[in-house]
Design a protein around this ligand. Structure first.
Ligand code: SF4
Ligand code: SF4
Length: 445
């Protein structure tokens, strides 16, 4: 007789079941799903995955079979959420099922070691990541990178990771003191500088700070801030993500001029971040602590201040960029900015505010690029197929600049431009870098 399957409690909770029941299986989300586009299989569509979750919640299938396989292939891009007319919260369903899977899984020693190193020992420590970045700068500058790529001997996952390494900058922003406003001071913002972005795309943070300063903002860098917890949540390490979230909430609230009873008396105008994936998780802190008496209110107050750079700037562009950039530009939405945070028009409005730019939309700008946290490392084959579709769209626009608003997308698209031989004709840059280019063009006039 077959052994009875007992589903874990989070899959049988009334909340999870009512989220599942919202899906009417209409299939209107299928065409929006990148994995359905490449695999053409129901089980790799949002509807199919929801049905698998339903079957697991009713104990009809085990956790470690089809559910595990098809959820691992999901990018968690949440494109299906935007497409769904019934308002199904796929992101919440995915997160709950993913946590249940992780709790039930027994990862091997190597995987446990990598997780411990990446999620606990590296990402929460910006100083350690910068240390690694310095070694990577040497690796690039001494020609070792070219040699490693030519000899092609790295194991698959390491090779996938190495391929994503961008041209690194040896100059990092100074967070030891606030960056003063340039010209008339309009307010004070706190900057959430992230972990990977700070170490491996330092020039994006430099440009972000400069753009905020140019618009009249004094930029603070609260000491003690740490990784947002996105990668930990994605890996099903919810408790670790909560620990990081508590640290961020405390750091930003305690450093706030209002919370500590001093400063300008107005608090920060915003807690600004420049990575769609991080911002989406920072805004989810309220949800993460809704049942935590000590943190629920603090989390809500913190979240009310969090804004993506484009959200903030579109309303506070006190000094619009005036430098002419006579070039063709396209933009690839960050899934977590577009589908998670619903920030769609703001980056486009800012790009179009730059004189001389000819803006061209991609055919499907809202389609994931295949980055999705560590998806492009652990599921490199499907990530590459999705990336190839994206780069074909980029090539069709004839754009010379491809703008992004998220760290993972930036690394993936930069790799995609090299892989599709579009680079160096096509440059990948963050919105802040594009704005800064225009400001500098104005200064050099
Ligand atoms: S998730 Fe939404 S769009 Fe997709 S099948 Fe269910 S109800 Fe239809
Ligand atoms: S999150 Fe993205 S990849 Fe996953 S089911 Fe939804 S659309 Fe497809």
């Amino acid at each position: 007789m077959a052994e009875k399957i007992i589903p874990p409690p989070n899959l049988t909770s009334p909340q999870f079941k009512s989220l599942l029941a919202e899906c009417v299986h209409c299939g209107l989300c299928l065409q929006a799903c990148p994995t359905y586009t490449i695999f053409k299989k129901e089980t790799d569509s949002p509807r199919g995955r929801i049905q698998l979750m339903q079957a697991a919640s009713q104990g009809r299938i085990p956790l470690n079979g089809a559910l595990q396989k098809h959820l691992s292939l999901c990018l968690a891009c949440r494109s299906c959420e935007t497409a769904c007319p019934s308002g199904v919260k796929y992101g919440e369903l995915y997160q709950t099922a993913r946590s249940a899977l992780e709790a039930a899984r027994q990862p091997g020693m190597i995987e446990r070691g990598i997780r411990w190193l990446a999620l606990k020992q590296m990402m929460p420590h910006p100083g350690r990541l910068r240390f690694v970045a310095w070694w990577m700068i040497l690796y690039e500058r001494l020609g070792l990178q070219a040699l490693v790529r030519r000899l092609n001997f790295l194991p698959k996952h390491l090779k996938n990771m190495e391929a994503l390494l961008p041209a690194l900058s040896a100059s990092f922003p100074d967070y030891s003191k606030p960056a003063p406003a340039i010209g008339q001071k309009r307010g004070t913002v706190a900057f959430f500088y992230g972990c990977i972005q700070d170490a491996f795309l330092a020039r994006v943070n430099t440009a972000t700070i400069r753009v905020l300063q140019r618009n009249g903002y004094e930029v603070h860098f609260p000491t003690g801030q740490t990784c947002c917890g996105a990668a930990q949540l994605h890996a099903g390490e919810e408790e670790l993500a909560r620990q990081l979230a508590r640290k961020n909430i405390d750091t930003f609230l305690i450093s706030s001029p209002v919370e500590n009873g001093g400063g300008t008396g107005g608090g920060y105008d915003a807690v600004v971040n420049n990575a769609g994936g991080c911002g989406a998780v920072l805004k989810e802190y309220a949800h993460l602590f809704e049942h935590d008496a000590a943190y629920a209110d603090k989390a809500r107050r913190f979240v009310s201040q969090v804004q993506d750079l484009s959200e903030f700037l579109v309303n506070h562009l006190n000094k619009p960029p005036q430098g002419k950039l006579p070039t063709r530009v396209t933009y690839s939405d960050s899934c977590h900015l577009r589908h998670g945070q619903k920030v769609v028009g703001q980056p486009r409005k800012l790009i179009k505010a730059i004189p001389g730019i000819q803006f061209v939309e991609l055919e499907t700008p809202d389609r994931c690029c295949g980055s999705a946290g560590v998806y492009n490392i652990v599921q490199a084959d499907s990530a590459n197929e999705i990336l190839d579709l994206k780069m074909a769209e980029v090539a069709a626009t004839g754009a010379e600049i491809l703008v992004t608003t998220n760290t993972g997308c930036h690394l993936q698209l930069d790799y995609g431009a090299r892989k599709a031989k579009l680079a160096p004709r096509v440059q990948v840059m963050h919105l802040a870098e594009l704005l800064e280019l225009s400001y500098r063009a104005e200064e050099e006039r």
